[in-house]
Design a protein around this ligand. Structure first.
Ligand code: FES
Length: 134
């Protein structure tokens, strides 16, 4: 379990990015606060593996409805991380499990290095398939 911030550090309706670790062990998460709901995803686009934010903590498109990747503008549903527009439609952001305890937000389950590597390999295979079919 990893404490990532105090709950009141995330404004209502906003998303914030958090990073920890270094080098190959570096991880990044997006935490989104919508009313009583907190959601978290790994901050890695399923299309090409880049972070979604175009500036620190800037994850939403202009409408404020969709999470948007800064690299090629894919749009993702907030509630489940599914890509609905862009080059990776149908792919998903990797969900992370979070919990609030005594006013602090904790990541309770994050993907392991092995899971991330497997996901990255699957992403690469999907990209290669797309490129091969176009
Ligand atoms: S890297 Fe995110 S849409 Fe291409």
């Amino acid at each position: 379990m990893r404490r990532i911030c105090a709950l009141d550090e995330i404004a209502e309706g906003a998303a914030r990015g958090f990073e920890w670790g270094r080098g190959i062990s570096q991880r990044a998460a997006i935490v989104i606060k919508r009313g009583e709901t907190l959601l978290a995803y790994e901050n890695v686009c399923p299309h090409a593996g880049t972070p979604l934010d175009w500036r620190p903590d800037q994850f939403f498109d202009a409408s404020g409805k969709w999470l948007q990747c800064a690299t090629h503008a894919a749009l993702f549903q907030v509630e489940d991380g599914v890509c609905v527009s862009g080059p990776c439609v149908g792919d998903k952001l990797w969900p992370m499990t979070i919990e609030v305890r005594d006013g602090d937000v904790y990541l309770t389950e994050a993907p392991t290095d092995e899971e991330l590597e497997k996901e990255r390999q699957e992403r690469l295979a999907r990209v290669a398939k797309r490129l091969g079919s176009s």
